[in-house]
Design a protein around this ligand. Structure first.
Ligand code: MG
Length: 249
């Protein structure tokens, strides 16, 4: 069931989105060679708590961290780990949300660690651009598939592949609400977008084959071919004035 937010709820979503975005910006400032993903996660948790909010991901479905931190070929759901130390040339996707007074924000960025190869610079740029192209279509009266198609077209035009097993989603009091927001066109056009919907749009893009595999513990999801991938996400409200990105610092 798609939950439409009223004006008061949208204001709460704006607060949660802002804290989520500030936490992600802060997390990005920590990214450098020598730091562990565990240390970044602890600092994210403290930052979110200092804003009188709670990390949305902590303990959700049993996830142990405050943020999903995924390095190199890991696309999503990376568990923060003391033994994963960043080094020059890595990429790191940080996916986090803040729950503020019962409402959630959700956002992700893939950051380069120091200098990365030109191939990777392009992958990150195209993936972020595809997110913005999807957001442009988050307009009342459009269908979910208009967002999906805009993301897919931009990534495929640039020679990348879309991961199909995981999608964006509605977001509100629950981190994951209806509807699903795929990053590719399916056989159905998906629900019509309406004012008051709040959705997380999140392209997950592989440099090589679209195939992904989960580690035996079910968490870290990697590119099957070991090539890099990228993940960018914003929480967006559909309003009378068009799409409003809620996860801006
Ligand atoms: Mg999400």
């Amino acid at each position: 069931m798609i939950i439409i937010k009223n004006d008061k709820e949208l204001d709460m979503m704006r607060e949660a989105g802002k804290i989520s975005a500030e936490a992600l910006e802060y997390a990005g400032s920590l990214v450098k060679p020598g730091i562990s993903t565990w240390e970044i996660d602890k600092k994210i948790e403290n930052f979110i708590l200092s804003k009188n909010a709670k990390p949305s991901f902590k303990n959700l479905y049993g996830f142990p961290g405050s943020a999903c931190i995924s390095v190199n070929d890991v696309l999503i759901h990376g568990i923060p780990d003391k033994n994963i130390i960043l080094k020059e040339g890595d990429i790191i996707s940080i996916d986090l949300g803040a729950n503020y007074r019962g409402y959630n924000g959700d956002n992700t960025k893939t950051f380069p660690v120091g200098e990365v190869s030109a191939d990777i610079v392009k992958l990150l740029k195209v993936t972020e651009e595809s997110l913005l192209k999807g957001i442009d279509k988050a307009v009342a009266g459009n269908r979910v598939s208009d967002i999906s198609g805009a993301v897919q077209d931009w990534c495929e035009k640039n020679g990348y592949s879309i991961v199909k097993e995981y999608t964006g989603h509605g977001v509100g009091k629950k981190l994951h609400e209806d509807p699903s927001i795929p990053n590719y066109r399916g056989h159905i056009r998906g629900p019509r977008l309406m004012c008051g919907m709040t959705i997380a749009i999140e392209p997950m893009v592989n440099m090589g084959s679209p195939k992904v595999v989960a580690d035996p513990d079910g968490w870290n999801v990697r590119s099957a071919d070991g090539l890099p991938n990228a993940h960018f996400e914003h929480t967006v409200a559909i309003t009378e004035n068009g799409p409003e990105i809620l996860t801006l610092p």
